[in-house]
Design a protein around this ligand. Structure first.
Ligand code: CU
Length: 159
């Protein structure tokens, strides 16, 4: 009888501690997916962010990405409210002609630099929702393969 009582107390204690452990891990996983928390910031610094001022509704955005980690990182896309469609592109030589191509991903080498610039990798802003003005800042979110992202202001310039 006593043994049975002790066993049931033990089982109650065991199940309640399991329940606590479960609720703790649930709380932890909720906070880790919280957008914009410092833990989710990729080890990348962004600089020279700019958008080319063009008379056309489609233009390019450029930036320098410095990877401060020992692992390569991959840009898989970008988003912005300024354009109806945003893609990541590269320029390639084909039959003596420079052409733009959408790419699936762009590597930022481990401890290295990726330079997006005219004639090379760029973020394509397709069909901007209005004419851009020189000097204004456009917010662009860059998406990385590991699920993290970087949001920055890109200045509209003539060059
Ligand atoms: Cu392009």
């Amino acid at each position: 009888m006593l043994f049975k009582l002790l066993t049931s107390i033990f089982l109650i204690l065991l199940t309640s501690s399991l329940a606590i452990a479960e609720s703790k891990s649930a709380a932890k996983s909720t906070s880790s997916v919280e957008a914009g928390s410092p833990a989710q910031m990729p080890p990348v610094t962004l600089s020279n962010t700019w958008v080319r001022l063009l008379p056309t509704p489609t233009t390019g955005a450029f930036a320098e990405f410095k990877n401060t980690s020992n692992q390569p990182l991959y840009i898989i896309g970008a988003q912005s409210e300024i354009a109806k469609k945003v893609e990541i592109h590269n320029h390639i030589h084909e039959g003596g002609v420079m052409k733009m191509r959408e790419v699936k991903e762009i590597e930022i080498p481990a401890n290295g630099l990726l330079q997006m610039k005219p004639g090379s990798y760029h973020i394509m802003l397709i069909n901007t929702v209005r004419q851009l003005k020189e000097g204004e800042k456009v917010s662009i979110k860059v998406l990385l393969k590991d699920g993290s992202s970087l949001t920055s202001d890109f200045e509209v310039k003539k060059q």
